[in-house]
Structure formats: C-alpha cells, structure tokens
Ligand binder design. Structure first.
Ligand SMILES: NC(=O)c1ccc[n+]([C@@H]2O[C@H](COP(=O)([O-])OP(=O)(O)OC[C@H]3O[C@@H](n4cnc5c(N)ncnc54)[C@H](OP(=O)(O)O)[C@@H]3O)[C@@H](O)[C@H]2O)c1
Length: 388
C-alpha cells in the first residue's frame, strides 16, 4: 500500500480528495498496487466538520505524517508559508515525494527545495502553483530542455483580470470593481497581494527560473500593480482598441535576463488581451520551437486539484525526470528596460518625446525604455505600457 498524506483540506485539498476518490480504482488497477490518502492535515483536527474524509486520519501535527514510513507522497495545499516550507523540506529529507500548490513557499525557497529533492532522488512537483489548471510547469520544463526559451509573456492573475474587465465592460470605478471582486470571493479583504502584483511576481519568479534555467528571484523582478489605474484610463484605452491587463514579462538574450510585472494595454482580441475572469494565459517564444501559447483556468477547486492529480500520476508512474539541467551560472539580471510606447495621463508637463496628444492631459509617447519612462513620469501621473 502506498500511503499519501494530504496537507490542507480547504478549497484545493477537498477538490484533490474528491478527484482522487473518483480516480483511485483506475489508478490502482493500472499501477497494480493499492494507494490511499491516509492522512489529512488541518489546523485543528478536533474541530467538528461536516465533510467526508474518506477514512483518512485527520491530524494537526506534521510529525504524524513525517514519522510514518509508509507515507511515500505528501500533497501540500495549505498556503501557509512557514508550515508549508517545513513540511516540504522535512518530507524531502525523508525521501517522500512532494506535490505542492504553494507558490509562496516555492518562490521563496525554490533552489533549496529543488536541490533537496534531487539529492534525495525524489520528486518535487508543483504544477498547481502557477496557472491553476493550466498546464505550464511540465510543458515549460520540456520546452526548455531542447529549445532555449527567449521570452515569456503572461497574464497570471484571475482576480486582476476580473477587476480590469469589469472596469472595461461595465464602466465601473476601480473601487467598485474591487468591492464586487471581494464579494464574489475573487479577492481577499486586503487585496494588495493580488492588485499590488505580488502574487503574479511569485508566479513569474517560478516560471522564469524554470524557463531560463537561471536564478531569478522576486527582488530581480520590477513590480508595478494596478492600484493607480482609473476608470477613465481603462475606458479611453478601450476606445483606442486596447484592453488593460496585469502582465508578467521576462526576456532573455545571450547572457542577460530582464523581468517585470506591470499593467499593459494589449490589443483587444489579442491572445492575452482577450483573457477574462479567472483565465490565465502564457505566450512563450524560443529557439527551434518558435511560439507556443497556453490558456486555461488559473484558479478554482477542480482545475487546481486536477493539476495536483496530474502530478500524482507522474509520481506514481515515474513519468518525469528527477534531475533537471544544471542552473546556468553566467546569466546576469539587468534592469527592465524594454522599449515601448506609453499612455500617459498627467496634470504636469514632462520631458518625454510624444507621438500623439489624445485629450487634455493625455498623451501617447514615442517608444522609450521602461526604466527611463518611469524616471520621467511626474508624480501623480498614470503611465501604462502599450504592448503588442
Ligand atoms: N484556491 C485556488 O483556486 C488555488 C489555485 C492555485 C493555487 N492555490 C494554492 O493552493 C494552496 C491552498 O489554497 P486553498 O484555496 O485551498 O486554501 P484554503 O481554502 O484556505 O485551505 C487551506 C487549508 O490548509 C489548512 N492549513 C492552513 N494552514 C495550516 C497550518 N498551519 N497547519 C495545518 N493546516 C493548515 C487549513 O486548515 P483548516 O481547515 O483547519 O483551516 C485548510 O484546510 C495555497 O498555497 C494556494 O496559493 C489555490
């Protein structure tokens, strides 16, 4: 019997249990072995809950999972940074395979945990951590093996998509769109992690590290959220044929990498510009394979649980490589200085070459590097990059 421990029994954890129960028989048949989720870890195991645990032992101490040598796989969906890190680290040290949805832990400790997994010859898989149900990690790992990945451009925040599409489609204010998103459960009471771009930056840290096979940490990624945008900016850009989205972008040339998360005006109807609600999308360009795009549900119980179950199959049937290529050590992280045109709304004059005046206090600049543009932007002004 292969025992599995499931840490976290909230939105994602319960989805994992549900899908596992539906597929268990088929997996066991193909595998020729019995498998079961034997433990479920929650904060308070004594709390009465009206949920079916399918016979799993409900525990609150990670040592219950770690000490059981029959537990070969830990599926982690707690979202807790300290506990998640400790559990993943200790499980890997005990040669248990780990499947995690915890992007915060992966972003903070990616290199350490990956090395630990390799040294202990076990899997550390994390498809659900970025893009929810959209397969990204596995295909990007494969693409980067035989074709140098040159760029990633992505929309990775369903909640920001929701706010921005609501502002665009229903002409509501930023504040009203935020309140609606909170009511529907798309945003936390304090939404800064999403609208400040921090969540998207974690995901870009994971995707770009994998794709470029170098170390790109959160601090290396220029960050700008959507908090400064107003209804009038979204409407004006919409009339000009653009949809505003929070984008994650990373580029690599021979020896340098630049990466950023920022709002961007994208052509309405373009692949990334047409993503709405919880949809995520990634466009990846590389040598040999050209351009590849992925689109899917970035969050939600079943899409995310499906990604974890897909990793589980790969662990059970040993379908993945345990040893990735060595990290490239000759890559330099340079400031984000992509040259683009920018939409500007400013009450004050500025020293920037202008392509076009749109309205009183509103202009489109000539192409200018992002870092130079930011330095020249007057205080209180709004600037939105126009991307292809
Ligand atoms: N929700 C999504 O759509 C989605 C999409 C992609 C990735 N993810 C990631 O998946 C993970 C889980 O998200 P979720 O939405 O399922 O969270 P959630 O609904 O808040 O559930 C969290 C679960 O983990 C347990 N837990 C949290 N801290 C714990 C601790 N210190 N000790 C023991 N148990 C603890 C909670 O226990 P109690 O039940 O006792 O409170 C709860 O069962 C997060 O890393 C999140 O970023 C989520």
């Amino acid at each position: 019997m292969i025992k599995i421990a499931l840490a976290g029994f909230g939105t994602v954890g319960q989805g994992v249990m549900d899908l596992f129960q539906r597929r268990k028989e088929s997996i066991c048949e193909r595998l020729g072995k019995e498998i079961d989720i034997s433990y479920v870890l929650v904060r308070d195991s004594a709390k009465r809950r009206d949920i079916d645990f399918y016979g799993a032992k409900v525990v609150s101490e990670i040592r219950d999972i770690l000490q059981d040598e029959g537990v070969k796989i830990v599926m982690e969906a707690t979202g807790d940074i300290d506990l998640g890190y400790l559990l993943i680290k200790e499980a890997l040290k005990k040669k248990k395979h780990v499947i995690s949805a915890n992007k915060s832990v992966l972003s903070l400790h990616f290199e350490e945990l990956s090395t630990l997994a390799q040294d202990n010859e076990v899997y550390l898989l994390y498809e659900a951590s970025v893009g929810g149900g959209t397969p990204l990690i596995k295909p990007l790992q494969d693409l980067s093996l035989h074709g140098e990945i040159r760029s990633i451009q992505a929309v990775l925040s369903g909640s920001c998509n929701y706010v921005l599409s609501k502002m665009q489609n229903e002409q509501v204010s930023y504040g009203d769109a935020i309140e609606e998103a909170k009511k529907l459960g798309y945003l936390e009471a304090d939404p800064i992690d999403d609208v400040g771009g921090f969540d998207t930056r974690r995901k870009l840290r994971i995707l770009s590290t994998l794709s470029f096979q170098g170390k790109i940490e959160e601090k290396d990624i220029t960050l700008e959220g959507i908090t400064g945008l107003m209804q009038e900016d979204i409407s004006r850009l919409s009339q000009m044929g653009y949809a505003v989205r929070l984008v994650a972008r990373a580029f690599k040339d021979s020896h340098s990498i630049q990466a950023a998360v920022h709002p961007a005006a994208l052509p309405i109807g373009s692949f990334l510009g047409s993503l709405e609600g919880a949809e995520n999308g990634v466009v990846c360009v590389g040598d040999h394979f050209g351009k590849v795009s992925f689109q899917g549900m970035g969050a939600g119980r079943y899409p995310t649980a499906h990604a974890m179950l897909s990793d589980l199959e790969d662990v059970l049937f040993s379908l993945r490589r345990k040893q990735g290529p060595p990290l490239k050590t000759d890559l330099a992280i340079v400031p984000y200085r992509k040259s683009m045109r920018f939409y500007i709304r400013s009450a004050e004059p500025m020293e920037l070459a202008i392509d076009k005046k749109v309205d009183e206090h509103v202009w489109i600049t000539a192409p200018v590097a992002y870092d130079k543009f930011k330095l020249a932007l007057p205080r209180g002004a709004v600037g939105i990059a126009i991307c292809k």
